[in-house]
Design a protein around this ligand. Structure first.
Ligand SMILES: [Fe+2]
Ligand SMILES: [Fe+2]
Length: 168
């Protein structure tokens, strides 16, 4: 497997200094994430607390996703820097292409509406759970879902914004 950090600037088509630095940064981070994941896995197996094991198992799912994202970033950077001409693991932004724009705007509009409704329902649910706020994990879990909902909204807004304005 070719590593960008092994390459020099000898070839004019080779990766730039920025690309090599970023690649080194990403691959270092993949290693750090792997270490953290192992610590979480150990905690999930050894903690005497059922509640902590439940929460740590959720964090493990996040860390697995982070690991995949960092790997995708590194692979995509390598794909671009080496001009392999292949499809990068992370697709290029194509929201504003003529064939995509309308459907991206329609879909993100619909989904944003659902997410806003979801946000409102979670707010009500959190209010209902206020009495068990410190005696169960429920309120924490609803709080986490609210944060997820904000994340989902940010993702959809990004796609919609980059699809541009509808021409009417
Ligand atoms: Fe992480
Ligand atoms: Fe959502």
């Amino acid at each position: 497997m070719t590593h960008l950090t092994d390459m020099t600037d000898a070839s004019s088509a080779g990766p730039s200094a920025w690309e090599r630095d970023l690649y080194a940064h990403l691959t270092t981070h993949v290693e750090a994430e792997r270490g953290l994941l192992q610590e979480y896995r150990a905690a999930a197996e050894t903690s005497p607390s059922k509640a902590l094991r439940y929460l740590v198992n959720m964090l493990i799912e996040d860390e697995i996703r982070h690991h995949k994202i960092f790997t995708d970033l590194a692979e995509s950077l390598k794909n671009d820097a080496l001009l392999t001409g292949g499809e990068p693991a992370i697709p290029y932004i194509d929201f504003d292409q003529a064939s995509n724009r309308e459907s991206v705007i329609d879909l993100t509009d619909q989904l944003l509406q659902k997410e806003q409704e979801d946000a409102l329902q979670l707010k009500h649910l959190q209010h209902e759970l206020r009495d068990v706020k410190d005696t169960s994990l429920w309120n924490l879990l609803v709080d986490l879902m609210q944060r997820d909902t904000q994340k989902h909204i940010a993702i959809l807004r990004f796609a919609k914004k980059h699809a541009g304005r509808r021409k009417r």
